[in-house]
Design a protein around this ligand. Sequence first.
Ligand code: OOG
Ligand code: NI
Length: 302
Amino acid sequence: MSTDRKETLTFVLNGLMRRYKERVPDVNHILNAMVNEGIIQNADEIENDHIAFRTMGVPQLGIQSFEKIFMHYGYQKRDYFYFEGKKLNAYWFSPPEPHFPRIFVSELRIQDLSEPAQKIITSYTDEVKSDPVNDLDLNDPAAVDAFLHKPLWRTPTWEDYQILQAESEYAAWVIYNRYYLNHYTISVQNLKKGYNTLPEFNAFLEHTGIKLNDSGGKIKTSPDGGLAQSSSVAEMIEAEFAKGDKHQISGSYVEFAERRVLPQFRHLPPDQIKREHLRDGFETNNADRIFESTFTSQTQKQ
Ligand code: OOG
Ligand code: NI
């Protein structure tokens, strides 16, 4: 990969993280608590396991459009996931170099929704006449940064938001939040002893006042035991809808992941363990529950 592309990717990721930290005060709350606890000396030591985005699955948008951004920087498309109940498709993308985060991108299967919900969504997405990524100069870091943070369609009405939310919490999230970073993920397996497993790290998080998504239990574990994930409940943001209506809605959240050493590498001494020796990828049943971090069933729970 050329230096330019790597630099552009770094710029784009930094821009995403900057807005994300502003929108999700839990991020700095957790990082400060980790420093105070002596788990890390400073925030750059954190390994970001992956970041995630959500999209509307209409022909000119969706994964097929969005993925072109990160594939241009050397990301590779990996496994497909299908979420029947939530009416979603997703893929994960592996990074060009191991210090960059993996990316998880999902899209709403619009055609699986009711006729009225489809009409509402396309009334917004039809404003995007053609795939906007085709018109984007992917070698221009500022242009890509601006694209990821600009509205793709008009500001939704509160009424449309509520109708969508009653049928699909995911649809409501995307109609307002669009390509804002949905979450980043703190890797726990390389933290210091006492905090490097998910049960231990979660105990620390809850002690600092973080509310965890408990759908399917606070820790979601893959059947092979190699990938354990938890997430915070999304923080509420003040959203301004059409006609100046203001309401509190779900913003973004933080995830925590523990990847275990693959069986064939368990004989290696701990100081020789690298990313390629760990369980990679994602897990459908874990992901299915993690999506609910922005759902009312979690955010309105006392
Ligand atoms: C993504 C949920 C899935 C994971 O790591 O499996 C996920 C989302 O909420 O958009 O992040
Ligand atoms: Ni995730």
